[in-house]
Design a protein around this ligand. Structure first.
Ligand code: 13P
Length: 267
């Protein structure tokens, strides 16, 4: 089965509203020449205070798709209430989001997010009609200790616990080796592909072959315009979750353009 590629920009804690607006306009200016059918699924994840500075860009070719989708960088699993500093799925949807990044290693590391919390968030996101982008990945110590596969397999099983196969199929996973995030050290693409294929086999085990075939699994960690072609040429890598290189329209658009070229060439 052919899976539509996803190019997602995680803006992390960067950009004031005016800067977010400028970056958004730079991406919008690029996608105007293409239809949503030609483009990969494009997702941008600004900080909450800049959600109002961006918007979903719908395609006008009649395909019914979006050229740009918006994501939250985190959410709470409860609908509302006394959770100071948190934001609910319904609130994110209200602000125009159709995706939510969860379980990013920075949230796990600095805000003590657990697999159990990530599972609750995934369920709340899917119940709210949005799509979770579930992050996983190992530390350098874990890689060196040879426990990468068992660690990631545990993260994925815990995140997908109790979620229907149909919902798993719609979800997105991002494999982001922690040692490759923001370091300029990209994971070797054959190795990234091997881990992603392993994740797909775990999805098959917990949600069946159809869901494993449909779910889109991204690579993240120092993705740049110069690395994307090799990464996207691998059988199991369905796209990228990009930090640093998503903060400039030129580099993000170049990543989109290169992904599009490869997708068209594969047809
Ligand atoms: P970098 O692309 O800056 O390495 O960040 C990756 C990431 O954490 C995306 O979520």
């Amino acid at each position: 089965m052919s899976r539509k590629p996803i190019i997602a920009g995680n803006w992390k804690m960067n950009l004031l509203q005016s800067e977010a607006k400028d970056l958004f306009e730079g991406i919008k200016g690029f996608v105007k020449d293409y239809t949503a059918v030609e483009l990969p699924t494009i997702v941008i994840a600004p900080v909450f205070t800049s959600l109002a500075a961006v918007e979903t860009v719908k395609c006008d070719c009649g395909c019914g798709g979006n050229k740009i989708n918006i994501a939250g960088q985190n959410c709470h699993w409860e609908k509302s209430g006394a959770y100071t500093g948190e934001v609910s799925v319904e609130m994110l949807a209200d602000a125009g989001c159709s995706y939510v990044i969860i379980g990013h290693s920075e949230r796990r590391q600095y805000f003590s997010e657990t697999d159990e919390m990530i599972n609750k968030k995934a369920k709340a996101i899917l119940a709210g009609g949005l799509i979770p982008i579930i992050c996983c990945g190992e530390t350098l110590e874990q890689r060196e200790a040879g426990v990468t596969d068992s660690w990631i397999s545990g993260q994925i099983k815990a995140a997908l616990e109790g979620i229907s196969s149909e919902d798993v199929a719609k979800s997105v996973i991002a494999y982001e080796p922690i040692w490759a995030i923001g370091t300029g050290k990209t994971c070797d693409s054959d190795e990234a592909n091997r881990v992603i294929a392993m994740i797909r086999s775990v999805v098959k085990e917990v949600a069946g072959a159809e869901a494993a075939d449909a779910i889109r699994i991204l690579y993240g960690g120092s993705v740049k315009p110069s690395t994307i072609e090799e990464q996207m040429s691998k059988s199991d890598i369905d796209g990228a979750l990009i930090g640093g290189a998503s903060l400039k329209a030129d580099s993000f658009n170049e990543i989109i353009a290169k992904t599009m070229k490869l997708t068209l060439a594969a047809k």
